[in-house]
Write a protein that binds this ligand. Sequence first.
Ligand code: NZQ
Ligand code: ZN
Length: 386
Amino acid sequence: MNTFTYRYPVTVYFGGKAAEKNLPAELARVGQNVMLAYGGGAIKRNGVFDELMGLLTAAGKTVTEFSGIMSNPTYAKVQEGARLARENNIDFILAVGGGSVIDCCKVVSAQAKTDEDLWELETVLRGSPTGFIPMGAVVTAFGTGAEMNNGAVITNEEKKVKGPLWGAFYDFAILDPAYTMTMPMGQVISGSFDALSHCMETYMGSPREANLSDEINEACQRNIIRNLRATLKDPRDIKARSELLWAAAMGENGMLKIGKVTDFQAHMLEHQLGAYTDCNHGQGLAVIHPVLYRHMLPEAAPQFARLAVNVWGVDPAGKTEMELANAFIDALADFIREAGLPTTFTEMGIPADTDYKAIADTTVFTGGCCKKFTREELLAVLLECR
Ligand code: NZQ
Ligand code: ZN
């Protein structure tokens, strides 16, 4: 175990009617002017908007809507939100949606408080924002676990970079499984795979020998696999969705990362793929993972072998470590197909003339990965994914 400090600032209200039960008390603690932020309008079609607007009105708040936050939110959209927040003297932001809305608002909350260009401040000057508008999140799509961390993945279209900006933690997050029932099935699947990926990428970091964080992590992975299967069988199974909603939050609430330096090389590749193609995050990860993992052999064999046995139920009898490691990658690839996720970039609709060299050349290398990749090898991985 590495040295660690554990403290978590986000209050989670989980379960049926979590907004009705908890939002009034939270709203009583915040200022008059509330920004209600959301995406392309799913919340208007499924009743969530009306319910939250009713609670905001009952609390006597003046509401400013910030709508149209797109999947893979852009830095330009962040600036639009920050302008709106300043113009309306926003005291509190209620972000309602999946990872995209939740991430966008983390940076809006910081950008509204400063005239500095946050991209420049954080990525060039290596500074951090210091002032934030307080925020609450209402999760309508599980997967990213974005409600539980202060990292926001933002696409800078001008610079062709999709990368992290650091904002504030949410003061609270409302996780009501009922709100996720209208998620499109494709999003249920890609979100679940994203959550599984967060667990795997954390697991693949260091230290690499067995440790408590990884043993909890294995349980999360088994849970996601089992409950995605249950949801595929019965999309109305709210118990399975409840599990997926919390398992996804567990992936990003710091618990699995205690004492670990994480890997996240698959994520870094996918994010740059996203900068160039605006693709779906979970689908990109599904294509990249098995290919990248084959390139992580033999270095990753001990961890892969443990995953084969402890997560995928492979019988270790008579098998070498390398056989078990390969069995893990095969089981993962089979699951990706079983879930109906794409297995190539072409299947995802990514154009053949995509500049994979530029993607490989701009991908961030991560510290926790057991293998030190070269740019040439990242390019080879991307080309194999086509
Ligand atoms: O835009 P609306 O109309 O709201 O529709 C959304 C969107 O089209 C829809 N949706 C969400 N809840 C729904 C619903 N439709 C019907 N019923 C509901 N209840 O789902 C679509 C996808 O939403 P989005 O928020 O884009 O998806 P996701 O949650 O997968 O977030 C993806 C973004 O999060 C970043 C990704 O890179 C990507 O930009 N990530 C953030 C992370 C973090 N901050 O910790 C970690 C992740 O690794 C990830 O990188
Ligand atoms: Zn992710």
